[in-house]
Design a protein around this ligand. Structure first.
Ligand code: ADP
Length: 249
């Protein structure tokens, strides 16, 4: 049984690289249903925290709990099956396949047999129907038959989110979802994140403070690997330590 409202917790999480402490004794509490942003200047340790949470890296010390269960010893492949999924990098999407085919493969991957293309027509139709639903939910249905290679840049991030949703995650980890985008695409992706957050928890690393202010229920600020502060946007943005460390003023 889950004993509290926190879906994800870290306790004194620490990662050292040859004596350099990249993540320093970080204790996080991510509330179920929240959009939680992880911010901080370059080198603050945000990516390393994500890599620890998704088991790309093994912590030097500390614990990670998901739904109250200690997942510190759990392997990366098992984490997504437990319901915590990191957005796929677009490089993991097959560029020569259509948008629909990419989502269908993600659905097949959920079943654990991604490369069995010989599925019966009945199953294929069912998967295509589900893929269309997912594309519709992220505003990509009109692009279903388009080659992924020809998809406009902002839409690629929506496809990445659709392939992630194919795994039906309880919690999504988004790594700089609006990076490299112009204003219009930023707004499209921010609205999409808001939409897919319904009934889910989202933890995102995000540099765009406009997006953070618009979306985040809670913000954690890291500085030099350590937790500087946590709070809502108004509290965090008004804090002199954050202004100095993050905003450079
Ligand atoms: P952020 O994502 O906040 O920019 P990172 O987590 O990428 O920060 O990096 C935090 C610190 O850890 C940086 O100083 C970085 O150089 C260092 N670091 C990250 N990965 C490694 C690694 N594999 N080996 C050595 N140092 C690393």
């Amino acid at each position: 049984m889950v004993s509290n409202d926190y879906i994800l917790e870290t306790r004194n999480l620490t990662k050292e690289f040859k004596g350099f402490t990249a993540v320093d004794d970080v204790t996080l509490n991510i509330q179920r249903g929240h959009i939680h942003a992880l911010i901080g200047p370059n080198g603050a340790g945000k990516t390393t925290v994500f890599n620890l949470l998704t088991k790309y890296l093994i912590p030097t010390s500390g614990q990670i709990l998901f739904n109250g269960k200690d997942i510190t010893p759990v392997e990366a492949s098992a984490i997504s099956r437990m319901g915590m999924v990191r957005s796929f990098q677009i490089s993991a999407v097959f560029p020569k396949l259509t948008v629909l085919e990419n989502v269908r493969i993600a659905l097949q991957r959920k079943e654990g047999n991604s490369f069995h293309f010989w599925k019966s027509e009945k199953i294929l139709n069912k998967l295509n129907g589900r893929a269309e639903e997912l594309l519709d939910s992220v505003g990509l249905l009109e692009f279903a038959k388009v080659s992924t290679l020809d998809l406009p840049y902002g839409r690629k991030r929506a496809l990445e989110i659709a392939t992630t949703l194919a795994l039906d995650p309880e919690m999504l980890l988004l790594d700089e979802p609006t990076q490299g985008m112009g204003h219009e695409d930023v707004d499209v992706v921010a609205n999409l994140i808001k939409k897919v957050s319904v009934g889910r928890t989202i933890l995102m690393v995000e540099h765009n403070l406009h997006v953070v202010s618009k979306l985040a229920d809670r913000i954690t600020v890291l500085q030099r690997g350590a937790l500087l502060m946590e709070g809502d946007y108004a509290t965090v943005s008004a804090d002199p330590r954050v202004k100095e460390a993050y905003l450079g003023v």
